[in-house]
Design a protein around this ligand. Structure first.
Ligand code: WQD
Length: 341
């Protein structure tokens, strides 16, 4: 494996994955990111962590000719990891067409490039939001899909596009990685999640409340049928997610895949409630969080967490960071951002 293209490389998971590739393999990495939900400072941070520069093509992946031009300049790409997509559940409900056009067109353009430029390996960034509301927990890769938001459906449909493509075009092998809830920041404290607007996700809301950027955290409902009434999710450290991508590339390169398009859940296998997240934050930081119980948030599923038997067995991937590690790394990064990191 010599050269990897990471689309969405300036994003939260993309940037952590680039760091993991640069630190654990001899691959060269290039990125394609138009900064629609990130900024160029990410690449300074990547260099600060790894000492290596990453070339970024600031192109719109919905522009097929721009994709082609980038691929012509890099006709030796061995693998593509496709993160680039809009990813806000509430925003997708308000702007479904924008989500379908952006997320589907960019994916189709990247797959067309895979064929045009003979790229042998393709990894697709999918999501547990393909499952929707779940009857039987934990979810495994065979659990029927039923996305309930336009965002989730772009991932469900995106998976199907990749699967159909690998059935028709035999010279590529693909892996679909379904992330549960990625949280936390790189252990160095030099890079992490950088929400461009007011964050919607729980962990950045908690850290921004604790540092004073937000007045208080609203817990969206405590009347669910869960052990403490608040929603349950499967939170997983972003660096564990990043490492899974390196394992997936190696899995394909060593021909360990049992099908042309393999699917893996990436979670910890355990569910944690909103209140348990707040308690964990207060415990590891010693800071009392200012929160109140509010109404339920539309689109929230009551509980979801993963069965990771398959990814442990086939990819040999086991998450290594604890909930405390997730919360402490998120808090350290929030403090460092305040200092201008
Ligand atoms: C988690 C829980 C909220 C904010 C995310 C991504 C989605 C997908 C899956 C990758 C929920 C509660 C939140 C707040 C709260 N990831 N909450 N107060 O909704 O599970 O989805 O992970 O594809 O793209 O959006 O994550 O962090 O928004 O919410 O009570 O201020 O925290 O109700 O129960 P979610 P989240």
């Amino acid at each position: 494996m010599k050269k990897i293209l990471v689309t969405g490389g300036a994003g939260y998971i993309g940037s952590h994955t680039i760091i993991e590739i640069l630190e654990t393999t001899d691959c060269e990495v290039i990125s394609a990111d138009n900064y629609s939900n990130s900024n160029a400072k990410t690449f300074e941070r990547i260099k600060n962590v790894t000492g290596k520069a990453v070339k970024n093509y600031a192109i719109d992946l919905c522009d097929g000719s721009a994709v082609n031009k980038m691929m012509q300049e890099n006709s030796d790409i061995d693998g593509i990891i496709h993160f680039a997509a809009f990813k806000s559940v509430p925003e997708s409900v308000d702007n479904p067409l924008q989500y379908y056009r952006n997320n589907m067109e960019s994916l189709i353009n990247m797959l067309a490039a895979v064929k045009e430029f003979n790229v042998p390996y393709f990894i697709f960034s999918s999501s547990c939001s393909v499952y929707g509301n779940i009857e039987k927990l934990p979810v495994n890769e065979e659990t029927p899909q039923g996305a309930i938001s336009p965002y989730g459906y772009t991932k469900q449909a995106g998976e199907r596009v990749v699967q159909d493509f690998t059935c028709s075009y035999k010279n590529v092998k693909a892996v679909l990685l379904r992330y549960f809830n990625p949280v936390g920041a790189h252990i160095s404290g030099k890079i992490g999640e950088v929400p461009l607007q007011r964050p919607a996700n729980l962990v950045p809301v908690i850290t921004q409340t604790a540092i004073g950027k937000m007045k208080e955290t609203t817990v969206f409902g405590n009347d669910y049928k869960t052990r403490d009434g608040t929603c349950i999710r499967d939170y997983v450290h972003v660096s564990d997610i990043a490492r899974a991508h390196v394992e997936a590339l190696s899995y394909l390169e060593k021909n360990k895949n049992t099908s042309a398009c393999s699917i893996f859940n990436l979670g910890t296998g355990s569910g944690v409630s909103v209140m348990e997240m707040i308690t964990a934050f207060e415990k590891v930081t010693g800071k009392k969080l200012n929160y109140h119980i509010g109404n339920r948030r539309a689109g929230d599923v009551e509980a979801i967490y993963s069965d990771i038997t398959k990814v442990e067995k086939e990819l040999g991937w086991i998450p290594k960071y604890s909930l405390d590690d997730m919360m402490l790394s998120a808090w350290k990064w929030e403090l460092n951002m305040k200092e201008g990191a």
